[in-house]
Design a protein around this ligand. Structure first.
Ligand SMILES: Nc1ncnc2c1ncn2[C@@H]1O[C@H](COP(=O)(O)OP(=O)(O)O)[C@@H](O)[C@H]1O
Ligand SMILES: [Mg+2]
Length: 443
């Protein structure tokens, strides 16, 4: 059947559209459908059209993908250098959809050597390697030590651990900053040194966020206020128990069964304690189960006969105590969180100084701030910031810039036209929604 659907021919046709040098193309396709082939073909077609190899830049996410691209290109061009005339003509035709001119065939044979001879060759790099190369070329503009080295993950981890050890040692000195020693004391009362090291390790993987969002004491104070508000403990919580009724309840409970007597003991001990908060752990079980629920029975029938409103008295106290303990737990959580972040920030700063002393960078340094990329300045001159991320993240970042006082943007995209549509259709309608709602929706 001559009109049967030929998937290879169909795919090849679609692929050729995307490899046409004059078009901008955005290709989204499943694994194994020919994306890498499209990229390699596109580079080959650019070269066949006379573009100099050093003017071509291919960015990949992984090192493996970059290596794959380089290998495929080299083997394709290598084959062309050796192929006989008919085979070469057939392969170039398949690529450009028309028989090659004589000079195109000559050029095709020479591409392998051309690429080899080009200064720096074709740049097929991971994003990280590319940014690193830019920073190496423009260290002063980027504010990094000239001749810096980028540490690998293992070196970065050991430098971080060193910063953690330095902190503990420094905070043991008598002249240690008071806020930091206090933070360490707060934390040390709760967790072991091993847990501390582990927690800090996790926190420090988010160090770019830490530095960007918290930066210093002001940031920590803002965070403390926000957290306290969310946990409902931003106002002091003061309640007075109904002591008279509680003492009457103790007397009544003492005349009941074994459980009543135990409850009487707990309540009396709390009422008479010099520091009531210190004995809360003994007091709370008078009202609450292990799971934190109010007990079904707070007084047996025998006791109710002695004091008819005892159940209401004890339930009121249970409610008051529950609220007070929640408030206290919330405040503790806020203090612990702020203490941990303060210590994490300190380690991050120590780590930053250690990197500066050694003239090394880590991979996080290649990012300006979350979702912001500085590389465009270096690529095309003039001030520009790359906003990188999902549609929601980009909209949230724009909102953040607006909130900070930016009232006009000149947006550009690569490829320009397609990106303009994408921004217009997908990003701009999201503007003005609260960043948190946006990012939550994205998850
Ligand atoms: N139009 C095509 N005709 C013949 N083989 C193709 C075509 N497109 C892709 N292939 C082959 O399919 C396989 C997968 O292609 P590849 O480019 O690695 O896919 P992806 O990068 O999308 O995973 C490769 O062996 C490639 O040569
Ligand atoms: Mg691929």
């Amino acid at each position: 059947m001559s009109d049967a659907f030929d998937p290879i021919a169909f795919a090849s046709g679609e692929q050729r559209k995307a490899t046409t040098p004059g078009h901008s193309a955005w290709v989204e396709a499943n694994a194994g459908t020919g994306k890498t082939k499209v990229l390699t073909d596109r580079v080959t077609r650019l070269l066949l059209a006379g573009v100099r190899p050093e003017r071509i830049l291919c960015l990949t996410f992984t090192k493996a993908a970059a290596a794959e691209m380089r290998n495929r290109l080299a083997s394709q061009l290598g084959r062309w250098a050796m192929a006989d005339d008919a085979v070469l003509a057939e392969q170039v035709t398949r690529l450009i959809n028309e028989p090659p001119q004589a000079e195109q065939k000559v050029l095709a044979r020479r591409l392998f050597a051309r690429v080899l001879d080009a200064p720096g060759g074709i740049n097929i790099l991971t994003i990280h390697a590319f940014c690193q190369a830019l920073l190496k070329r423009f260290p002063l503009e980027a504010g990094v030590a000239p001749g810096f080295e980028v540490m690998d993950e293992a070196e970065a981890t050991s430098l971080l651990r060193q910063a953690q050890d330095d902190q503990i040692e420094a905070l043991a000195q008598p002249d240690a900053p008071e806020e930091l020693s206090a933070a360490l004391t707060t934390v040390a009362g709760r967790i072991s040194i091993a847990e501390y090291a582990e927690l800090m390790g996790k926190l420090l993987t988010e160090r770019a966020w830490l530095l960007a969002r918290l930066a210093g004491n002001d940031g920590l104070d803002r965070l403390r206020r926000r957290l306290a508000k969310q946990l409902g403990c931003d106002q002091p919580f003061e309640t007075t128990p109904d002591e008279g009724s509680l003492r009457a309840a103790v007397t009544a409970l003492a005349g009941g069964g074994k459980q009543d007597a135990e409850r009487a003991r707990r309540i009396a001990a709390w009422l008479d304690a010099p520091d009531r908060n210190a004995v809360l752990d003994d007091y709370a079980p008078a009202y609450f189960t292990d799971k934190g629920e109010v007990r079904k029975t707070l007084a047996t029938k025998a006791v109710v006969k002695l004091m008819s409103d005892i159940d209401a008295v004890l339930r009121d106290e249970a409610e008051r105590l529950g609220l007070a303990m929640n408030h206290a737990r919330g405040s503790t959580l806020v203090e612990l969180t702020v203490a941990l972040l303060r210590l994490g920030l300190d380690i991050t700063q120590r780590y930053g100084k250690a990197k500066q002393r050694r003239a090394v960078l880590d991979y996080d340094d290649l990012i300006v701030a979350p979702n912001l990329w500085g590389g465009f300045n270096l690529l095309r001159g003039g001030p520009a910031l790359g906003i990188v991320g999902s549609y929601e993240q980009c909209a949230a970042k724009l909102d953040e810039l607006i909130a900070r006082g930016t009232d006009a943007f000149i947006l550009a995209g690569t490829p320009h036209l397609e990106e303009a549509y994408r921004v217009g259709e997908e990003v701009l309608p999201l503007l003005g929604r609260k960043a948190e709602t946006l990012l939550q929706a994205a998850e």
